[in-house]
Each structure stands twice: as structure tokens, then as C-alpha cells.
Ligand binder design. Structure first.
Ligand code: DGT
Ligand code: CA
Ligand code: CA
Ligand code: ZN
Length: 617
């Protein structure tokens, strides 16, 4: 955690505590400051060293906040915050993580029932005490009870996007140790699950002790949990990190075993048994000539173990990418030599969902274009928020603003060697209406439509809502379909097949939003969409050029959904993509008059999307 994050977190807590005791105005000031501190591009401790005036350079940081920051850096605490904490001794971060529980609720529940923790809240909800509190009722109480279990589960898992940089750091550290010959992540991290329970690291090394030592000398280590001759566990940056060390002749076997998933491994081991092979974390062994194959772990003739490829080959399978190892048909596909050739980051031609300072982004159109060019992208879409439900205050653009922005985008596009699409992120209201004026949308190159409000609807209502938005003539992309926020908001529950079929019929691309808090659509929805023949798009929803880096999370999420490059519209060239977007408009706008060419136009539109292996499940 950078010190910017650390200070931002303090002011977020400050805001929550002030709001919990019913203070007006201050909370929003603190939150705005926190957000800007978090986004600030250089270390805040440097500014703090120069004093209050230097800190005022950060938007939203006035005298009062600046002096609190200086106080924090000089004394290690902020007195006013300490007072608030002792006045309201509650675990506010955990409690407000429950959907439907805000700081004011926390304040009221503490005042009346003395609730300070998730456990106490659960007990009170069960005892039906909450409904007796003024302003609460049986419905709120039922809601809280339902959402507690989600919050409890979420508490035990961390977002992939938080954990992955920590894993990268330990990999780098171990790679630089000369006692280590091979290093890889394993477990859910290597499978790129959206959340991980811990970080698993596997090392191949001749000397276990030396490798464990190298691991313990990793600077990020905060505490040692346990350390042995071939394994160790530490706490680092808030994560549990498990290390295992094996000899290089068993590295492939251990990597296969510890990558999981458990269900994948079980199916694999049974397959091996049917072939008179024994498969475990030490290798694959031919036990056909052995009378007592259960006598030990390394029994019979060893046929594989050094490489993962050989482990799979030994049981008659192609190597299976870790993202697919969930026991969902990947083993049969590997046996049939029919695994998908999954999309890779290098195939991405540009980002089709990004924000600028015109809405809630932090950077100009030009800065975002520069960032896209620096990544080697061929094209870029500007898609700021339209005003509408779920979009805060003045953040969103009106129809008039969008017309102005078209002009600005054109001018910026002339300055830079990159193809630019001007689009918008429009809002899908609770009924599925896209709330920006239809003519305005038709004039834009590209329309992302996303749900930003009413994210607690039931399954049928939510499905009908999204299908209706997909049917809108100008919509090209369904943005973050469920609106979930990993570990904090479940988002819409939807009928995956209904959404995928509608998207395929209307050629609307289902987004995999790469923001690590979203990863939405996730693997299961992408898989259904790919099978239905719906287009996919992998976007970052970047609010800064730095956030383009998140694309890796979207790529691996789409891979978990078995997506190949041909399924993903932003692997196309700029020309193909423009043709794709324009032909859509043509089809949709003739649909109502049932033009005789509709069918052939539609067919032409779907040609480039035809699957390379249409026989796949
Ligand atoms: P997590 O940490 O909850 O996100 O999920 P994983 O999959 O990383 O699970 P973890 O850390 O408990 O174990 C890492 C891998 O080790 C797991 O994916 C498969 C393997 N493994 C662990 N325990 C068992 C077991 O009892 N049986 C089998 N077959 N594999 C296991
Ligand atoms: Ca794990
Ligand atoms: Ca583990
Ligand atoms: Zn967005």
C-alpha cells in the first residue's frame, strides 16, 4: 500500500465516522480529498515534507486537511480521528461493507443497540432487534441478515487485482535468488480466479533451506507464520503467502497439483487410474506391473514429473491452460485435442470503454490518447458517462455536452496517430430504457450501455431489463452487465443464456470489464456468450492511462470463459471494427421497416464473428 493509499484510507474512515454521528458536509469533503490523494501521481510524503502549502496542490485538500496530513506524518496519528474512533468504537469498514448498511445506519445501531462488529449485527438481526430501531423495519432487517453472509464470505477472500501485484513482487524477488531454478504462482492465483484466499508460490530448487531463506528475506514480509525445510508461510501486505519448494525433477508435478482446482485434479487422477497410472504431486508413475501401487507415493516407473506438459501428455491430454482448470469440460476437450486457442493480451487493438475529465475521469482526451499510443494500441474509444440514473450529480454528459465533445474528440484525433471512436457510456434504467436521447446515440460511433442503478433487482426483472437494453438499436456494448463489485456488492443476478442469446441475435458485445473490482462479465457468463455466438469485448473502463494496465485481468477473465481472439471485437483492426460498428447501425435502423436485405446484412454482420471451431460445445 502506497502512503497515498494509506492517507486516503484514513480520510475515508474519517468521513464514515463523521457521517455516522450525523455530521453534514464534512464527510463529502473528506471523501473527495481521499479520492484525489489516492489518484495523486507522486508520493504524498514528499509534499507533506514541504508543508501545508505544498499539499494544497492536491485538489480538494484545503488548509484543515493539509494540517491533518502533516500532523499524521509528524506524530503518526491524527488527534481528531483518534477522538472520533473512541467516541464510536465500531468496526466501521467491515460493517459498511454490508450492502444496505451505510455509516448513518452504523451510527444508529451503535446508539440504540451498541452494535460494534459483524457478529453482533448478525445476532441482533437474528433476534429481530433491528426492526425495533427507529427508521428500520422488518424488511431492512431481512436485507441485512441476507447480506451479512455475503459480507462474511467476502471478508475471507481478496480481490485478484490486489493480490496479483504482491505475487509478482515475490516472484521477482525469488527469481533474483541464485539458489532458485524455477518459480511460479500456483493455486487460484495461477487460475486467475477473481478472488483468492491466499497466494501460493512454488519454487524449484536443489536446496530447500536456501530457498526458504531467500523467501523469508523478501522485504514485504510482515510476519512469519511458519517455516520448515521445504515450505513456509508468511503474512505480507495483508496476504497470507504460502511457499513450497521441490526438486526440479518434480517441479511440473507439483505445479500441476498445487494449481488445482481440486475438482480438476480429482478427475485427472481418476483418468490416470483407468490407465493404470498413478498421478500425484511427485509425478506420473506406471503401476501396471506393481502389486502394491498404494505402498508409497513414488511407486513404479516414473513417466513424467519435470514439466507440466509431460504430466498431461502422460495421461493422453494436451496441456491445459490454468484458467480452464475448473472441471468444466476442459479434460474432455484436451483428450479430443479440441481445446480453445485462448485470447492473449497482445491481440488487443484498443480499449472501447474509457473515461476522461469530461465526466469522472482524471485526464484529458489527449492524455488518454497518448496513453493508448504508448501501449501500442491501434485505436481508442472515448466513452464518458452520460447523465442518468446512478450517475452522480453533474458527472454525466447531457446530449448537448456530447455534441460538444464530438468536436473536441475530432480535434484531438487529428493531433494523434491513432484511430479514435467517439462513444458514450449510457445508462440502463431500472426498466431497461437507455436514458440518453436516441438520435444523439445514433450519431455516435459507439454506445456502451451499462446498469448503474437498481442493482438489487430480482433475476427475471434484471434479465428482462438487460435484454431490453440489448435490443436498443444503437447499443453496441453491454457494459459491466451485473454491476457487481467484488467482495462488496453482489450485483444483478441474471439468466446467462437469455442475455447471451439476445446479445448474439443483436450483435451486441458483452463486456468483460477489467477493473479488478468488477471483472464483469466473469468467466461463466463469457463462456455462455461465446457458445451462443455473441461478441465479447475486453475493456478496462480506464479513468487514467495507468488503468490500461488492468487489461491483463480482463484478458484472463475472458480466458476463463474460453474466449478465443475471434470472439473478441477489440482484437479486430480499426477498419474491421469500424465496419462492424457501422453495419450494426445499418441493420438496426432498417429493422423496423423490414427491408428485404435485412437477413443478408445481418449475415454479413455476423461473418467475422463466426467461430473458428463452430462444433465446440
Ligand atoms: P484459494 O486459496 O481458496 O483461493 O483456492 P486454491 O485453489 O488456491 O486452494 P489452496 O490454496 O487451498 O490450495 C492450492 C491448490 O493445492 C489447490 O488449488 C489444489 C491443491 N490442493 C490443496 N489441497 C488439496 C487436496 O486436499 N486435494 C487435492 N487434490 N488438491 C489439493
Ligand atoms: Ca490458494
Ligand atoms: Ca494455499
Ligand atoms: Zn465506465
Amino acid at each position: 500500500m502506497s502512503r497515498n493509499d494509506e492517507v486516503a484510507t484514513l480520510f475515508e474512515e474519517f468521513a464514515d465516522l463523521e457521517e455516522a454521528r450525523g455530521t453534514n458536509y464534512k464527510p463529502s469533503v473528506y471523501r473527495r480529498a481521499a479520492e484525489n490523494i489516492r489518484e495523486y501521481q507522486s508520493p504524498i510524503e514528499n509534499l507533506a515534507g514541504e508543508g501545508d502549502d505544498a499539499l494544497a496542490e492536491i485538489d480538494g485538500v484545503g488548509d484543515a486537511i493539509a494540517s491533518k496530513i502533516v500532523e499524521y506524518f509528524t506524530t503518526g496519528e491524527i488527534e481528531e480521528l483518534e477522538e472520533l474512533r473512541s467516541e464510536l468504537p465500531v468496526d466501521i469498514e467491515t460493517l459498511t461493507a454490508i450492502e444496505g448498511v451505510g455509516p448513518r445506519t452504523v451510527g444508529a445501531l451503535y446508539e440504540t443497540l451498541g452494535i460494534t462488529t459483524l457478529e453482533e449485527l448478525g445476532t441482533a438481526a437474528k433476534a429481530e432487534e433491528i426492526r425495533e430501531v427507529k427508521g428500520f423495519g422488518p424488511k431492512t432487517e431481512a436485507n441485512i441478515r441476507e447480506n451479512i453472509s455475503f459480507a462474511r464470505e467476502a471478508q475471507q477472500r481478496e480481490r485478484l487485482g490486489e493480490a496479483r501485484p504482491v505475487a509478482d513482487d515475490v516472484l521477482d524477488h525469488l527469481k533474483s535468488a541464485d539458489t532458485v531454478s524455477a518459480v511460479e504462482t500456483a493455486g487460484s492465483m495461477r487460475r486467475w480466479r477473481p478472488t483468492v484466499g491466499d497466494i501460493d508460490v512454488l519454487v524449484g530448487a536443489p536446496d530447500g533451506n536456501a530457498a526458504v531463506e531467500a523467501f523469508l528475506s523478501w522485504p514485504a514480509v510482515d510476519a512469519e507464520i511458519e517455516a520448515g525445510e521445504t515450505k513456509a508461510s508468511v503474512r505480507a501486505d495483508g496476504f497470507r503467502v504460502d511457499l513450497r519448494v521441490v526438486g526440479s525433477e518434480e517441479f511440473g508435478a507439483a505445479l500441476q497439483y498445487f494449481t488445482g482446482s481440486k475438482a480438476h485434479n480429482v478427475t485427472l487422477r481418476n483418468r490416470a487410474l483407468d490407465m493404470e497410472l498413478k498421478m500425484n504431486e511427485y509425478g506420473v508413475f506406471d503401476v501396471s506391473e506393481i502389486d502394491t501401487p498404494d505402498a508409497g507415493q513414488r511407486v513404479g516407473e516414473r513417466v513424467a514429473g519435470e514439466s507440466e506438459e509431460a504430466m498431461y501428455e502422460a495421461v493422453g491430454l494436451s496441456w491445459i491452460p490454468p484458467e480452464l482448470r475448473e472441471n468444466n469440460g476442459e479434460i474432455q476437450a484436451a483428450a479430443d485435442r479440441d481445446l480453445p486457442e485462448l485470447v492473449e493480451e497482445a491481440a488487443i487493438g484498443g480499449d472501447l470503454h474509457t473515461h476522461t475529465e469530461w465526466s469522472d475521469g482524471g485526464f484529458t482526451i489527449q492524455q488518454m490518447l497518448r496513453g493508448a499510443i504508448d501501449r501500442g494500441y491501434e485505436y481508442h474509444a472515448v466513452t464518458d458517462h452520460a447523465e442518468g440514473p446512478g450517475i452522480f450529480g453533474e458527472t454525466g454528459l447531457s446530449e448537448g455536452d456530447l455534441a460538444d465533445q464530438t468536436q473536441a474528440v475530432r480535434e484531438a484525433a487529428d493531433e494523434f496517430p491513432i484511430e479514435v471512436f467517439h462513444g458514450v457510456e449510457a445508462n440502463i434504467d431500472a426498466d431497461g430504457v437507455v436514458t440518453t436521447d436516441e438520435e444523439t446515440l445514433a450519431d455516435l460511433d459507439l454506445v456502451v450501455a451499462s446498469p448503474h442503478s437498481a442493482l438489487d433487482q430480482g433475476r427475471q426483472v434484471a434479465t428482462d431489463r438487460l435484454v431490453r437494453a440489448i435490443e436498443h438499436p444503437s447499443v453496441d456494448i453491454l457494459g459491466h452487465p451485473t454491476g457487481r463489485l467484488i467482495t462488496s456488492r453482489r450485483g444483478l443476478e441474471i439468466d446467462l443464456h437469455a442475455i447471451a442469446t439476445a446479445a448474439a441475435d443483436h450483435g451486441v458485445a458483452i463486456e468483460t470489464n477489467s477493473n479488478p473490482a468488477r471483472l464483469d462479465a466473469d468467466g461463466p457468463l463469457i463462456r455462455v456468450a461465446v457458445e451462443a455466438g455473441a461478441p465479447i469485448v475486453i475493456n478496462t473502463d480506464a479513468h487514467s492511462p495507468r488503468e490500461f494496465d488492468n487489461v491483463r485481468y480482463g484478458i484472463h477473465t475472458a480466458r476463463r470463459g474460453w474466449a478465443e481472439p475471434a470472439d473478441v471485437i477489440n482484437t479486430k483492426s480499426a477498419d474491421e471494427l469500424r465496419a462492424f460498428l457501422e453495419s450494426w447501425v445499418a441493420i438496426h435502423h432498417t429493422e423496423t421497416t423490414s427491408h428485404p436485405d435485412d437477413a443478408s446484412l445481418m449475415a454479413a454482420r455476423q461473418m467475422p464473428l463466426m467461430r473458428s471451431q463452430p462444433h465446440r460445445r
